[in-house]
Ligand binder design. Structure first.
Ligand code: GUN
Length: 285
């Protein structure tokens, strides 16, 4: 039976560290750290995510600047807002909640965020820094997962890590972070020929595909570590991950839950990235 990697508890600890850091930053500079959160349209999941980020800001002592824009917002107006926030000294971090409505060009918007305020790590400059092993902002979800793995003492060197999903938000940066730690990384996606076989060879499985329980518990190699990034709402209202939890739990050595696993760590890591951005801006890091 697997032990649970308690994302909620680890996130609590990270938030406490950030809170102490924000307090020290305020004492040293007289400035309150600020995070701007932009959301366009009425995607209900995005509304929930942004709300939890605003709540986390309050908890760690950051100011949050919420911008909720109507669905019809033009590319021009959104870019103008980002440009204003780039210049605003009260704003240390800028987050554009994804996905954006289809008529907007998300790549262009992410490119417009000052890389120094890109606390999501989505700007190509920060993605490229990760790719080339240079210091920079790391995407919150994969960076939070690394912290979870470190917290429970999982040694990655030489181990086979299978990442399912190739998004810019999770899959690709996850693979890079695991590679940096000397894991043997395999990336799987919708066109992978035999997903069950690939999963069955994983010492560490990270799934970020957004397909409810696509990964059957019986595929999991006995003793594997399982990290489930999926958040899938079923028609009956239940929230499940990408992995069939009960069967996977009986085979894995460590496993994350949905909810209460990766989600809280993503938000806590966003707070940590914002503190770091503020320190860099003030010449304190
Ligand atoms: N949409 C899904 N995950 C994320 C995230 O980590 N950051 C932002 N901005 N949007 C997302």
């Amino acid at each position: 039976m697997a032990r649970i990697i308690d994302g909620k508890a680890i996130a609590q600890r990270v938030r406490a560290e950030v809170k102490a850091g924000a307090l020290a930053f305020g004492e040293a500079t007289g400035v309150r750290i600020g995070l701007a959160l932009l959301r366009v349209g009425d995607d209900p999941a995005s509304a929930v995510y942004v709300r939890s980020k605003v709540k986390a800001c309050a908890e760690v002592g950051f100011a949050s600047f919420e911008h909720e824009l109507p669905r019809e917002t033009s590319q021009r107006d959104l870019l103008d807002l980002v440009a204003r926030l780039d210049q605003d000294p009260a704003v240390h971090g800028i987050l554009v909640q994804l996905p954006l409505p289809d008529h907007l060009d998300a790549d262009a918007v992410l490119m417009a965020v000052d890389p120094r305020k890109d606390v999501d790590g989505f700007h190509p400059l920060n993605a490229g820094r990760l790719m080339t092993g240079r210091p920079g902002v790391r995407a919150c979800t994969p960076f939070g997962i690394m912290r979870m793995l470190d917290h429970v003492g999982i040694d990655l060197a030489g181990r086979r890590a299978v990442v399912v999903g190739r998004s810019n938000i999770v899959g690709k940066p996850m693979a890079m972070l695991l590679l940096e730690r000397n894991a043997t990384v395999v990336m799987c996606h919708s066109r992978t020929r035999d997903l069950a076989e690939e999963v069955g060879r994983a010492d560490l499985l990270v799934s970020a595909i957004g397909r409810p329980e696509l990964i059957r518990g019986a595929w999991v190699r006995p003793g594997a570590v399982v990290v489930d990034v999926g958040m899938n709402r079923l028609p009956d209202g239940r929230l499940v991950g990408d992995v069939e939890f009960p069967a996977a739990e009986s085979r894995a050595s460590w496993i994350t839950t949905v909810p209460g696993g990766v989600g809280p760590m993503t938000v806590a890591t966003l707070m940590a990235n914002t503190l770091h951005a503020a320190r860099l801006a003030a010449g304190l890091a």
